[in-house]
Design a binder for this molecule. Structure first.
Ligand SMILES: Cc1cc2nc3c(=O)[nH]c(=O)nc-3n(C[C@H](O)[C@H](O)[C@H](O)COP(=O)(O)O)c2cc1C
Length: 176
């Protein structure tokens, strides 16, 4: 698959088959993605691969946080975390000041997109999840990792074929 095809065919997948994605395949993708650029070449990203029990603990913490707000999209995200095969939690290395933090976050956004495209190329479905940023402290405690959780990525074999979500007209995003 060419890069262009991966970019055009990638979709956010929210329904996965009950089929395991191997840890080896996910680790291979993460390793390939580390060719991504990063500000000052700091490479601030850290990854923790979560399997069934641990990922479901994260899903439960997310649902519990919004127990009084049943309509919050976090509940859908929590169900997706339960349904996916594996979850990769992405952490940000400690930054010294706001500028350094900005650079780290930009760099992490970049590598996450590369991960999604590499996964698409390998036939996997993914979902970039930031709803978990509502429970940063709970994630740190649950996983015993003293770094800032920035996003997580759900992986699985897709059990849906979503239509492409609309994009803004190109003319509207080019400032003249
Ligand atoms: C930074 C970021 C955070 C996201 N967080 C969530 C999330 O928490 N839950 C979810 O269901 N989708 C999440 N998404 C997926 C977006 O909803 C999705 O990318 C967008 O609707 C476009 O659809 P597409 O990815 O299929 O092109 C997130 C996407 C990005 C880039």
């Amino acid at each position: 698959m060419e890069l262009k095809e991966a970019i055009e065919t990638r979709r956010s997948i929210r329904k996965y088959k009950n089929e395991e994605v191997s840890n080896e395949l996910i680790l291979e993708i993460l390793k390939e993605a580390t060719h991504a650029p990063s500000g000052h070449n700091i490479q601030p990203w850290r990854f923790k691969l979560l399997e069934k029990d641990e990922k479901n603990l994260i899903a439960d913490k997310l649902s519990n946080k919004f127990i009084n707000d049943k309509l919050h999209s976090a509940h859908n995200t929590a169900d997706i975390i339960r349904n996916c095969s594996k979850l990769v939690m992405v952490f940000n290395e400690e930054a010294g000041n706001d500028f350094a933090r900005d650079i780290n976050i930009l760099s992490i956004g970049g590598i996450i997109d590369e991960i999604l495209l590499l996964a698409t190329e390998k036939g996997l479905g993914t979902l970039w999840i930031a709803n978990t940023n509502n429970i940063k402290d709970e994630i740190k405690d649950t996983l015993n990792v003293d770094l800032e959780p920035i996003s997580c990525i759900a992986f699985g074999y897709k059990d849906q074929d979503p239509n492409k979500r609309p994009r803004r007209d190109f003319e509207d995003i080019i400032i003249k």
